[in-house]
Design a protein. Structure first.
Length: 256
């Protein structure tokens, strides 16, 4: 019989701390009606952008944000970076997601670099990620490198149109998706200081929210977005930053 503990003491303490942070954020969200969104699946508690992370968010968040890219054979997978080096066991001359097939990507371990407790965790496909969403939790799909057609094809096949928010920094991409599925929810992602004209054109174009980088978010920007009929999400926030974020009047907070 193998008597070696699956979880080391160090990992157990880390997970307990991370869970405490996420639970605190969730409690604040419930108390204020602010939406809590797990950034990359809440990667303080589990390997980012994995089904393990998504499952651990159950009962704690309103949305789960994750990133999607296209493989060499045209499949959609969940990965933030354009290479696999940082989060998986992939290495060598070819590490670009776009240069590897789904079969090749599935050989990589996407969990062990976070902790041996997650050894064997694999890079999920978009379809697998959608299936891993806890009940009642929306998927915020951050579109990194894919076509509108491929995205909509998967969302349709997985019956996920009603519980998905499509997010992207590229306005034209959002409009391409909307031309195929106008009933989807859309989020424009950005940073910096957008012009009044930029914000004013979003809602009439079918975009219901913006997700903005925290260092360029101000109370005035939040108010301006609200005046244009947009929800305002801020990324990515740690627990000590919650109070100041709430004071600006944001509608949702992306937490790690």
């Amino acid at each position: 019989m193998n008597t070696t503990p699956r979880y080391s003491s160090r990992f157990t303490h880390r997970l307990a701390f991370a869970a405490t942070v996420l639970v605190a954020c969730a409690s604040i969200g419930r108390a204020t009606s602010v939406e809590i969104i797990a950034h990359r699946g809440g990667y303080i508690i589990a390997p980012e952008n994995t089904c393990a992370a998504f499952n651990l968010c159950s009962g704690l968040v309103d949305q789960i944000e994750f990133d999607v890219r296209t493989t060499a054979d045209g499949k959609l997978v969940v990965m933030h970076d354009d290479t696999v080096n940082r989060t998986t066991t992939g290495y060598g001359a070819v590490t670009s997601v776009a240069a590897l097939t789904l079969e090749q990507l599935k050989t990589l371990d996407a969990g062990i670099k976070f902790s041996p407790a997650f050894a064997g965790e694999r890079i999920p496909t978009l379809a697998e990620a959608l299936h891993a969403m806890p009940p009642g939790v929306l998927a915020m799909v951050h579109c990194k490198a894919l076509t509108a057609t491929n995205l909509v094809t998967v969302l349709r096949s997985e019956n996920a149109l009603s519980n998905t928010i499509v997010g992207c920094e590229d306005f034209n991409f959002l409009m391409a998706v909307r031309s195929l599925e106008p009933g989807l929810q859309f989020c424009f992602i950005g940073s910096g200081s957008p012009t009044t004209n930029t914000l004013a054109m979003l809602a009439p174009s079918g975009i219901s929210s913006i997700s903005w980088e925290k260092n360029t978010t101000t109370s005035a920007l939040v108010a301006q977005a609200h005046s244009c009929g947009l929800k305002f999400y801020i990324w990515s926030i740690s627990e000590p930053e919650m109070e100041s974020s709430l004071a600006m009047g944001v509608d949702g907070i992306l937490v790690d």
